[in-house]
Design a protein around this ligand. Structure first.
Ligand code: FPP
Length: 241
């Protein structure tokens, strides 16, 4: 059975998980990091080639400053604490999103872990941080326009493969399976270009409760789907999206 080569996860519901337990929201984010650690190792064990998780969106700045600061700190601390473990487990880490707005200390930590793990050949872990799908498209267009201007190029010819080279993580395969926890059924500006034909899988449970078994069950759901990419189905009966 086919294991999806690239899985994306919207880790939603940390705050509600905490509030329902009478805990401060930040406890939910801490529990969220613990869930994340289990999922990355399970994904690697299953042979998933790339895992992209949504840790902080360009819209998350609108939260109260104390929560934003807590997430920024937690992210940096987690990267520092997990760096050796990720390196040892052959994980290649990349942080995708805008670097402006992040502190120098956090940017240094990000660059360090990316450099340290750059030669790893195991699972590729993309952490979307200060990430927005539309922001990524805007940044992609800017880079393209700039490249054409630099080369004095007026004859603009572009393919979908060319576009891929201008995204935050050039060469990354399309998302095959996208999982969202926390009960909402939307994309929330995540990986808009890369998710054109992704299979969507929603869980009502909150992210801190998401387990390795849930990941396996999402993959089983994926394996039962018939992926047609706009073509005919197996018996050639129908035109489908
Ligand atoms: C969604 O729950 C979660 C976030 C916005 C933050 C997730 C961040 C982390 C787990 C820390 C950094 C992680 C890594 C990968 C090292 P929510 O707060 O939107 O929950 P709610 O919908 O219940 O309010």
């Amino acid at each position: 059975m086919k294991i999806p080569s690239h899985i994306a996860i919207i880790m939603d519901g940390n705050g509600r998980w905490a509030v329902e337990r009478g805990l401060p929201r930040k406890q939910g984010h801490i529990a969220g990091v613990n869930a994340f650690k289990k999922i990355i190792s399970k994904a690697a064990e299953l042979g998933v080639r790339a895992l992209t998780v949504y840790a902080f969106s360009t819209e998350n700045w609108n939260r109260p400053r104390t929560e934003v600061d807590f997430i920024l700190n937690l992210f940096q601390k987690t990267l520092l604490k997990q760096a050796d473990e990720l390196f040892k487990n052959n994980v290649k880490v990349k942080v995708i999103g805008r670097r402006n707005g992040l502190s120098r200390a956090l940017t240094n930590t990000i660059e360090k872990i990316e450099e340290m793990t750059a030669g790893n050949k195991g699972i590729q872990l993309n952490i979307a941080f200060n990430y927005g799908g539309r922001a990524e498209i805007v940044d992609m267009v800017k880079k393209i326009v700039n490249d054409f201007a630099v080369n004095n190029e007026t004859n603009i010819s572009l393919t979908e493969q060319d576009i891929n080279r201008y995204l935050y993580n050039p060469g990354l395969a399309d998302v095959e399976l996208l999982i969202r926890t926390g009960g909402e059924r939307r994309l929330s500006n995540f990986l808009l270009w890369q998710s054109a034909y992704t299979e969507l899988c929603f869980f009502d449970k909150y992210w801190p409760d998401f387990t390795a078994e849930d990941l396996v069950s999402a993959i089983k759901i994926f394996q039962q789907r018939e992926r047609r990419f706009g073509g005919l189905n197996k018996v050639g009966e129908d035109y489908v999206d």
